[in-house]
Design a protein around this ligand. Structure first.
Ligand SMILES: C[S@@+](CC[C@H](N)C(=O)[O-])C[C@H]1O[C@@H](n2cnc3c(N)ncnc32)[C@H](O)[C@@H]1O
Length: 268
């Protein structure tokens, strides 16, 4: 299921803090259970310094710290309510802002964008400025790792009320959450996320857009920003991208202005 990012709230009965708490209920971070979480967890635990761009409520970095990560962990997100939730986890730097706002210079070994946060970069301008800022934040030959839903799988076709999630919030209230696609314009899908009571009382509607880049266009953006694709997978078990893949999972390495460097390879 998608989650709204950069969302426009249409019926804000349910607060931003409520929405952030609901996000964690719907998307629990658990490397022991979810192959995608395990994929990132191993990379984070192996890196001395990590910048998680679009960190949301901060679950990935919090889990790494709890599991004994001793290096620098920094989360960046423009959503204040999500970051407020993240700030409950001590020993991690939490910074408010968009990817394009990142001001770090050569400070991180690894940058990540998990939970399809990369797809929140909708315009060419935002993609370019975000990639430039992430590139600058990485040390020489640092890695940028992220996933984007493969457009061939047309994931948005499943985003309809018949696939509603039913969940009980922390206060014991039953909630229904569903999605409805409003438009598909080129590679940008705009949809709403509705949160309601079981009696159909609407609590909140968020609208958001996500971009579905194909692998070739993605490669062009990465190369233009000074990254080389070191490995690309179609699933969380590091299988190749095929005609039925649902994901494009990318490990990209920062190229220095002086040409390719020879740091360790993450592609395995
Ligand atoms: C689906 S959530 C993923 C959160 C978290 N990474 C995870 O895996 O659970 C997408 C996140 O991207 C953030 N986001 C939206 N636009 C962004 C931008 N331009 N730069 C960085 N983060 C952004 C949203 O605020 C949201 O927290």
């Amino acid at each position: 299921m998608p989650t709204a990012c950069g969302a426009q709230i249409l019926a804000p009965v349910f607060s931003d803090a409520d929405a952030a708490a609901l996000y964690d209920l719907l998307n629990p971070w658990d490397p022991a259970r979810w192959p995608g979480d395990r994929f990132y967890h191993e990379l984070v635990m192996d890196a001395d310094s990590v910048l998680d761009v679009g960190c949301g409520t901060g679950a990935m970095l919090a889990c790494a710290r709890e599991d004994g990560h001793r290096g620098r962990l920094t989360g960046l997100d423009p959503d204040r309510a999500a970051l407020d939730r993240a700030r409950r986890h001590a020993g991690i730097e939490w910074s408010e802002g968009s990817a394009a706002d990142a001001q770090w210079e050569a400070e991180f070994d690894l940058a990540t964008m998990t939970g399809h946060a990369f797809q929140c970069l909708v315009t060419d301008t935002d993609l370019r400025s975000s990639l430039a800022a992430i590139h600058a934040a990485l040390r020489s030959s640092g890695h940028f790792v992220f996933e984007t839903r493969h457009p061939q799988a047309r994931a948005w076709q499943d985003w309809n009320p018949s696939n509603a999630s039913e969940i009980t919030d922390a206060a014991g209230h039953a909630l229904h959450v569903w999605h409805e696609v409003e438009s598909v314009a080129g590679d940008v899908v705009t949809f709403t996320e509705t949160t309601a009571r079981p009696d159909a009382t609407i609590l909140r509607i968020d609208r958001a857009s996500l971009r579905f880049l194909d692998a070739q266009t993605l490669g062009t953006f990465l190369a233009g920003a000074g990254f080389r694709i070191e490995a690309q997978y179609g699933d969380w078990h590091r299988g190749p991208i095929t005609a039925t893949s649902r994901e494009i999972i990318t490990i990209a390495r920062k190229l220095s202005p002086h040409g390719p460097s020879h740091g360790h390879n993450m592609g395995r």
